[in-house]
Design a protein around this ligand. Structure first.
Ligand SMILES: NC(=O)C1=CN([C@@H]2O[C@H](COP(=O)(O)OP(=O)(O)OC[C@H]3O[C@@H](n4cnc5c(N)ncnc54)[C@H](O)[C@@H]3O)[C@@H](O)[C@H]2O)C=CC1
Ligand SMILES: O=C(O)[C@@H]1CCC=N1
Length: 272
């Protein structure tokens, strides 16, 4: 499957990021099909990355070896029904679902077949090759898994998981967590504006600092706690700020937020 054709069904934010990561790391645009019900939503991905686009999911399904299901979880049952009803042979295809909160068992029920399936939990930094994708295989062989690894390694780190339940854990750790970091950055940006910096200055200050901090974590390879200590002079300004965050329970708040994320995924598994 080295020249596998990959169809992204429901090309929105997440598929755009994966496709971008693939193209930026040298995948052939000719082997990627992006679908959406709405052609106008496909113009950007076609212009930016030169991939094929298609408003008819069944044409993409018939042409592709790997089918990435990337509609919102609430749309998945309707989409899968059209595939199950299509009469197209699904048995040789590898399905990859990036949807949160829908299990392998439920996806197979929706497709009315024990299809070869990989559950994948990516994140949007995939666009820059800085993504993380948790992967869980059901019914795929080694060669197929190698092809999937190749695709998701192109977008960052691809990590195979032993248990399907770990997909929900990785949603909390990496799938949803870019939003936690963005919220933290928004809070700093907003306060910088309140302190009198212009919107442009506030944006520049927060983005440079966040990027610098993240790059130090990667570059220095020492405990993150030590990096923090290196900023924190005893009796100084950082110590005052950190003490406030800790008194307000930041660590517990983050832990509780991640538990809420996992709980929502489990609840979706019951609902969808
Ligand atoms: N956005 C994120 O950071 C992440 C999202 N995911 C998962 O990715 C999936 C997609 O999420 P987003 O990209 O954020 O959503 P999105 O709403 O940006 O993209 C989904 C697209 O699918 C289209 N669509 C809906 N039904 C369709 C159909 N029957 N045929 C063709 N296109 C159809 C919609 O028009 C929309 O443009 C979800 O299942 C979500 O759980 C997973 C990890 C991270
Ligand atoms: O919010 C969501 O449900 C999806 C899954 C991980 C990120 N976005």
């Amino acid at each position: 499957m080295s020249q596998a054709t990959v169809a992204f069904i429901g090309t929105g934010n997440m598929s755009y990021a994966i496709i971008g990561g693939m193209i930026n790391s040298g995948f052939s645009a000719a082997h990627i099909i992006a679908t959406n019900r709405n052609q106008s939503k496909l113009d950007k991905v076609a212009n930016d990355f030169g991939v094929q686009t298609q408003t008819d999911n069944l044409i993409a399904l018939a042409q592709a070896d790997i089918i990435v299901l990337s509609v919102k979880p609430q749309m998945m049952a309707d989409l899968c029904q059209t595939f199950a009803d299509s009469g197209i042979d699904l048995s040789d295809k590898v399905f990859v679902s990036v949807a949160a909160g829908i299990t392998v068992a439920r996806l197979r029920e929706m497709l009315r077949q024990d299809v070869k399936l990989v559950r994948c939990m990516p994140n949007t930094p995939s666009l820059l090759g800085k993504g993380v994708s948790g992967l869980f295989a059901a019914g795929t062989n080694e060669q197929e898994n190698a092809t999937i690894t190749e695709i998701f390694s192109a977008t960052g780190i691809a990590m195979w998981l032993e248990k399907e339940s770990q997909i929900n854990d990785i949603i909390a750790v990496t799938g949803s967590s870019p939003a936690y970091f963005f919220l933290f950055m928004e809070a700093i940006e907003s306060k910088a504006k309140a302190l009198g910096f212009s919107p442009e200055q506030a944006r520049q200050l927060v983005q440079q600092t966040a990027m610098g901090a993240a790059m130090m974590v990667e570059d220095q390879q020492i405990e993150i706690n030590e990096l923090r200590n290196n900023v924190t002079s005893k009796g100084g300004t950082t110590a005052a700020a950190i003490a406030h965050l800790q008194q307000q329970g930041l660590e517990n708040t983050v832990s509780d937020a991640m538990d809420a994320c996992i709980a929502r995924a489990l609840q979706m598994e019951q609902e969808l």
